[in-house]
Design a protein around this ligand. Sequence first.
Ligand code: MN
Length: 502
Amino acid sequence: MIGLKPLKIWFVCGSQHLYGPETLAQVDAQFSEITAALSKDGKLPLEIVQQPVVKSPAEATELAVRANSDPECGGLILWMHTFSPSKMWIRGLSQLNKPFLHLHTQYARELPWDTIDMDYMNLNQAAHGDREAGFIHTRMRLGRKVVAGHWSDPEVHARIDAWMRAARAWDDWQGARFCRFGDNMREVAVTDGDKVAAEMKLGFSVNGYGIMDLVDVMETLADSDVADLAASYENEYNVVDALKKGGDRHDSLLNAARQELGLKTFLEAGGFKGFTDTFEDLHGMETLPGMATQRMMAAGYGFAGEGDWKTVALVRALKVMGHGMSGATSFMEDYTYHMAPGQEQVLGSHMLEICPTIADGKPNIEIHPLGIGGKADPVRMVFNAKLGPALNASLMDMGNRFRLLVNEVTSVEHPDLPKLPVARAVWECKPDFKTALSAWILAGGAHHTAYSNDVTTEMLEDFATMAGIELAVINDDTRLDRFKQDLRTNEIYWHLALGVKA
Ligand code: MN
């Protein structure tokens, strides 16, 4: 994955001096044991780094300042092994600008019924120490994830895993640069938005470049480098004969390779993590990049069509969350419906640009005309998507806030599509077609989404908490009447919560 930096999670244990050095030594030893257990096998996506036990206001403040200034610290896991009076955390927590997870656990799993005495009771105090911590977090209106359960429980590990993935994506957005060739597709509303608000709230910047800036780079590339890249396609994919070396349309494959190398060179030089283009601004380009864009997405770049910078950022975030899993995350568009009664499905695709990480098998490389744009025929990868659980996520600018909308879906088998030469996915929506579509429309969800087989609603919930933005979820628990009321309630909550800072 391009541009992924090393990131660590700090594990923090709270206590106080009241217990004396003997008890604190025990706290420290048990804390180390839990750190080692959580780090065992390297199953969690980020490394856990144990911090000194926090026992005073000065230590809590010093911890927060140190976490803020360490670029490798992606967040904190807090746990109060013993009672840690939480007014001592106020100064530190009020400065902390990294996400945190409150792990509500206890060192010992089972109560030693026969031997339990007051010393044991005083050592194993998370049951009320963490309540004291939870109060101050809630009193200070701090967004965080709370995970309750014994630290050996695989379910607890799964909750931490999801949060770490969200934390990595959140850190990845901070200072991220996204490139916009041209402007928005003319007159389209949902793909537009406030880039200043996005940078303030979400941490990434979006800036525009002329498509000729890319053309200039493409023209500097050596023919031999372009030919080498085009040759590599023949090993990696099923390339149709006409595009192969010696085929009568091989020049188009060379052009696709030149677009890919040009994009790679341009985006690397600018330190970008994603880009968008538009078929309405292709001056100097032979055609809209199809395969080149698909290859860039597979390398880890965020992408969305038609100037849709919000979905660019979202695709990148979901790719980062799914890093180390199957890797299957793509730009997607709800394109058309199958409305046969009882078998309703959505056919998702785009003009060209679906990421081959979601491909079921080896993609074909083909060339066909594009109905719009008035340019040469673009080369593209054609494939069906992997089957199984997936989700669509969409980020909208509601004017006073950003809303993240999620629909859980299932990618299903479908008949051959011999006359549709683009990559595609067919899915069924949860809880059902009509409820999902009605809810999506009511929430103002876009036609563009980030689609993933890896990312879960839990990860996106954690991500929305870190970002401090609204989340709306459409899944098996969704009832339309309740969903509509939640949207109305959210209007009030977010209006008050963000106030004039939106
Ligand atoms: Mn589109």
